[in-house]
Design a protein around this ligand. Structure first.
Ligand SMILES: C[S@@+](CC[C@H](N)C(=O)[O-])C[C@H]1O[C@@H](n2cnc3c(N)ncnc32)[C@H](O)[C@@H]1O
Length: 396
């Protein structure tokens, strides 16, 4: 038998959808406590095909998204309210409406003031939906990116943008790798862990993968804080360990990450990735001191590099260019690209190396290129070469 309160509530959802005034509908509190589906969040999106209801199904460990036309979506909402969930909250421009099951079959509806700001455009072309969801996002709140209402704090909007950009770039690359359950991710120099948490969240909840992730960080207080936040977020396979990038005791590494680790600490991390035969190496270099000290330019280039700022920039390019070539000589296919525009942070390059199989002649060509570049700049060696010479001679 139809429940009158549910019918009234659904009429309101239909009306607000038609007027495009529905901001968000949250359907929660499962009738079946053993169900893996914890809640469903519905918003309006405007696609080329017209207005759609976007359903985000929040499961214990992942989110799944699906779009329905209003005609298809409303009966689905009806079924959820009648059969699967006990509560719902409808956020609209002019009001907030709560549907609560107070006892078996008895449902109450309460209308209160609006709490969410109206959406000015539902178009995907205009409103950029961020890959990192702020909804009930505990780690972003604990790290101070969000306020207590799970809204991005104004002063942290650049950081939030950087986190999203990182996940947009790296998430799909990891998604394509064929790694076994329990694959090992090491994030070297994890700091406060913004990017580490976001990646773990994305891999587990969005991609449904099952990694074991370790953040290595030299500062104890950051390690303790990060472990506390991982616990609060329910991230069971994310751990932070006090240690040094060069020698922290970790086992096999499948994915090596080092974001903004200073100067040659980036090379220490890459070295650990290479020697562990990691499938993927991702680093965002920070300062570039070693190569600048190595420069001993004598030819016509000297007249260009006599300007300190140009020498500094050239040292950055040569440091990272050689890093990529050395990784290529060790069997990695590399890409270097801008992480986020320099208006947000000057530390904006990502070097990504994917392990591939290379033939001997191409390795030889790469090594010859490295030698010629070093000769041009009067350099002895890149720090990463020195590390690799200890175990693997840089020969084809
Ligand atoms: C600039 S922060 C970057 C944090 C984080 N990866 C990010 O990009 O947001 C660099 C962090 O690496 C840590 N770090 C630097 N060198 C390290 C080393 N050799 N071993 C372990 N941690 C190191 C620092 O303590 C700092 O927290």
């Amino acid at each position: 038998m139809e429940n009158r309160q549910i019918t009234l509530f659904l009429d309101k959802v239909r009306d607000l959808t038609n007027k495009q005034e529905l901001i968000k509908l949250v359907i929660a509190k499962q009738r079946n406590p053993l169900s893996d589906l914890k809640s469903v969040i519905v918003t309006i999106v405007e696609l080329k095909a017209g207005i759609r209801l976007n359903f985000v199904y929040r499961y214990q460990t992942r989110d799944i998204t699906k779009n329905f036309s209003p005609g298809e979506g409303l009966p689905v909402i009806k079924k959820y309210l009648e059969e699967d969930f006990l509560n719902a909250e409808l956020f609209a421009a002019g009001e907030t409406i709560q549907l609560t099951t107070v006892s078996r079959g008895k449902i109450k509806i309460k209308t209160t003031k609006p709490v969410l700001k109206p959406v000015t455009s539902f178009s995907h072309d205009h409103v950029k939906e961020r890959v990192v969801s702020t909804d009930q996002n505990i780690y972003l709140r604990e790290l101070g990116i969000l306020n207590a209402n799970f809204e991005v704090r104004h002063e942290m909007s650049d950081k939030f943008l950087q986190i999203n950009r990182y996940i947009e770039l790296i998430g799909p690359v990891i998604g394509e790798l064929n790694l076994p359950d329990g694959f090992q991710v090491a994030d070297m120099g994890s700091g406060k862990g913004y990017l580490t948490f976001a990646l773990y969240d994305f891999l587990t909840r969005k991609l449904g993968k099952n990694p074991v992730m370790n953040g290595i960080e030299s500062r104890d207080e950051l390690v303790n804080l990060s472990n506390e936040i991982a616990g609060k977020s329910g991230f069971g396979n994310l751990h932070f360990v006090t240690g040094n990038i060069a020698d922290a005791a970790i086992g096999k590494i499948d994915i090596l990450i080092a974001l903004h680790a200073c100067d040659t600490a980036t090379d220490d991390a890459i070295y650990r990735g290479i020697t562990s035969d990691a499938s993927l190496i991702v680093c965002a270099p920070c300062c570039h001191k070693q190569i600048r000290r190595e420069f001993n330019v004598t030819g016509p280039l000297k007249s260009v590099l006599k300007h300190g700022i140009l020498e500094e920039r050239q040292a950055e390019i040569i440091t990272d260019g050689l890093r990529a070539l050395i990784m290529e000589s060790q069997g990695y296919q590399t890409r270097i690209f801008e992480f986020i525009s320099t208006e947000h942070t000057p530390k904006n390059l990502l070097i990504v190396g994917k392990r591939v199989t290379r033939d001997t002649s191409s390795k030889q060509n790469i090594l010859e290129n490295i030698s010629r570049i070093k000769e041009l700049y009067g350099m002895r060696q890149h720090y990463l070469e020195g590390l690799l010479k200890q175990v693997k001679p840089l020969t084809a």
